[in-house]
Design a binder for this molecule. Structure first.
Ligand SMILES: [Zn+2]
Length: 257
C-alpha cells in the first residue's frame, strides 16, 4: 500500500539524516466519493472532489460526504464552485460559468471544505485561447469572493501560461503543436497576491518536459539511456518550477507581497 511505502521512505530518510520537507500528496479532480475514499485509504494527504458539474445542492451533498470521511483521517478537501472552460484529462467544458460570489460563504459553511477552487476566467489544458483572444482573469470576481471568505484558501486551476519558447522548441524538433496561448503570468501574479494559495499549472509542466525531451533526443541521438536524457528533462522542469515559484507565485524570498 502507498501509505506503507510512505512510512518506509520516512524511515529511510531518517536513517540517512535527511531534513524533512513538507510534501502533500493531492488527488486532483476526484469525480466520485469512492475515488476520494480510495485515495485517502492509500495515503493521500489531500483530495479534491470536483462536483462542479452537478447542481448547487448536489455539489454540496457530495462534497460534504467526502469532507466527513476525509476529516476523520485529517485529510484536507478542496471543493469547486463554478465551471472552467477547456479540456484536461477527463475534465472538459466548453464554456466558463463564473463562480458566483454570493454562493461561496454558504457553500464553504455547508460542506466544511478546506479550500475552494473557483472559476474566474482561467481555462484547462494547453489550448486555452487562440492567438488574438484575450485571456483574462476576472480579478473583480476573485476580490469579491475574497471579501466574503476572509483568509480562506482559494485555488486557481488552468493557470498555465503556455511558454512560447517551449512550444516553438517542440515544433522545431519534430512535434506538431498548434499555436496556443495561456494566461499572462502578470495576471497570475496579481491573483497570487490575493487569497489564492494554490495555482495549477500542469500544461506548462507537460509542454516544458516535452520540449526538453525532444531537444535532447534530437541533439544527442546516440543517447539511449533514460537516466541520461531524463536527467536533462528533470533539470529543465526544475528550472521552470523555480522561476514560476519566484516570479509568478511570489513564493521566493526575492518577491515581497
Ligand atoms: Zn483542474
Amino acid at each position: 500500500m502507498v501509505s506503507g511505502a510512505i512510512l518506509q521512505m520516512k524511515e529511510e530518510a531518517k536513517k540517512m539524516k535527511l531534513k524533512p520537507i513538507s510534501v502533500a500528496l493531492h488527488l486532483d479532480h476526484g469525480d466520485s466519493y469512492e475515488l476520494c475514499v480510495s485515495a485517502i485509504k492509500n495515503g493521500f494527504s489531500s483530495v479534491m472532489i470536483d462536483a462542479s458539474h452537478l447542481s448547487y445542492n448536489e455539489n454540496i451533498k457530495l462534497t460534504k460526504k467526502v469532507v466527513n470521511f476525509a476529516h476523520k483521517y485529517k485529510v484536507t478537501v478542496e471543493g469547486e464552485l463554478g465551471v472552467l472552460a477547456g479540456v484536461e484529462d477527463d475534465v472538459s467544458a466548453t464554456e466558463h460559468i463564473y463562480t458566483r460570489p454570493e454562493e461561496v460563504e454558504d457553500f464553504v459553511k455547508k460542506t466544511g471544505v478546506d479550500s475552494l477552487a473557483i472559476a474566474v476566467g482561467t481555462s484547462h489544458g494547453a489550448y486555452k485561447f487562440k492567438p488574438g483572444q484575450e485571456a483574462k482573469i476576472r480579478l473583480d470576481i476573485l476580490k469579491a469572493i475574497e471579501k466574503r471568505l476572509k483568509n480562506f484558501p482559494i485555488v486557481l486551476h488552468g493557470a498555465s501560461s503556455i511558454p512560447q519558447e517551449a512550444l516553438e522548441k517542440i515544433n522545431k524538433y519534430g512535434g506538431k503543436m498548434e499555436s496556443a496561448i495561456g494566461i499572462d503570468p502578470k495576471q497570475v501574479r496579481a491573483a497570487a497576491k490575493t487569497a489564492v494559495c494554490k495555482v495549477n499549472i500542469d500544461s506548462d509542466s507537460r509542454i516544458t518536459m516535452t520540449a526538453s525531451l525532444r531537444e535532447v533526443l534530437s541533439q544527442s541521438p546516440e543517447i539511449f539511456d533514460p537516466r541520461t536524457y531524463l536527467a536533462k528533462v528533470r533539470e529543465d522542469l526544475m528550472k521552470m518550477y523555480m522561476k514560476k515559484n519566484v516570479e509568478v507565485l511570489g513564493c521566493g524570498k526575492k518577491i515581497s507581497k
